[in-house]
Design a protein around this ligand. Sequence first.
Ligand SMILES: [Fe+2]
Ligand SMILES: [Fe+2]
Length: 172
Amino acid sequence: MRVLDETTLEELHTVLRSLRGVWDEESVDELDHALQSAAKAIEDTADDELVLAAALHDLGHSPLIDAGPEHDAVARAWLTPRFGERVGWLAGAHVAAKRYLAATDTGYTPSQVSVLSLARQGGPGVDPAFVTHPWWPDALRLRRYDDAAKDPGARGATIEDVLTVARRVLHR
Ligand SMILES: [Fe+2]
Ligand SMILES: [Fe+2]
């Protein structure tokens, strides 16, 4: 294992732990949200990069990261240099995917908090730069995991599970 990889995994571990007790949603804290998102991706037999992006898509809510208003762009900027273009892109597309689903899927019912933040994020809409991207279908899968990962009674993955996936992504 390269020294740099160990540093990246330690940073990831620190960021994940920092999500405990951070409340963006009403039903789960951000660590449970991350671990439930990862579990949904694993259940769906997503590939490792998609699982990792699902786990980390809301890392911009970490108090250790200076997020500003665009937490999707922050996730992309943090993940890309560490885990590659696709992990960063997928995590960074989770707001665009919500806007798209809100605009195109009449049965789409994100959480109340998500509906409220949607207005700030530009409202329902189709962003041509995203929907023509080859990874777009996976961004929509990630969004479904995200929306399903807000159940106070659900069992998530563990931090160790996420680190194991991250280790494989670093060694791919
Ligand atoms: Fe988010
Ligand atoms: Fe989320």
